[in-house]
Design a binder for this molecule. Structure first.
Ligand SMILES: [Zn+2]
Length: 158
């Protein structure tokens, strides 16, 4: 068994769509990004890649590459899981936390878990999503950006 960690941050700007965990969240701001800016999915991809010692999301899906412009991050997650599978790994579990001040996303979390689990081909019980504010401290607290962290375990299949 191997463990991975992932961390991602995106700036927020007015009038952009807000994608989190594969779900479109109703909000007046969204993430500035080359892709759809799904900060949670990006953190999960990095955790999975890190667990397999396969570098990071920027290496596999460069933000200078036009083929990834505006891409649905669920596709990046599918490609990441396929890469792990090619290397003989399956997912044990994923735990994650989204750090944002607004909006409240508690009610979106079950849907995020379902969509992420489906995208990765795992059970919902293997995909944990949590959310926290930073008590108005720092760039997250000032609503300038959103951060996400993920950890995962992967298992080598023989
Ligand atoms: Zn990102």
């Amino acid at each position: 068994m191997r463990i991975g960690i992932g961390y991602d941050v995106h700036a927020l700007d007015d009038g952009l769509p807000l994608w989190l965990g594969g779900v479109k969240v109703v909000h007046s701001k969204g993430c500035v990004a080359h892709s759809d800016g799904d900060v949670l999915i990006h953190a999960i991809c990095d955790a999975l890649l890190g667990a397999a010692c396969l570098r990071d999301i920027g290496v596999h899906f460069a933000d200078t590459d036009p083929q990834w412009k505006g891409i649905d991050s669920k596709i990046l997650l599918q490609k990441t899981v396929a890469l792990l599978s090619q290397n003989g790994y399956s997912i044990g579990n994923v735990d994650s936390v989204i750090m944002l001040q607004q909006p409240k996303i508690k009610d979106y979390i079950p849907q995020m878990q379902t969509i992420l689990a489906q995208t990765m081909g795992i059970a919902v019980a293997q995909m944990s999503v949590k959310a926290t504010t930073t008590e108005r401290l720092g760039f997250v607290g000032r609503e300038e950006g959103i951060a996400a962290q993920a950890v995962c375990t992967i298992v080598k299949e023989n």
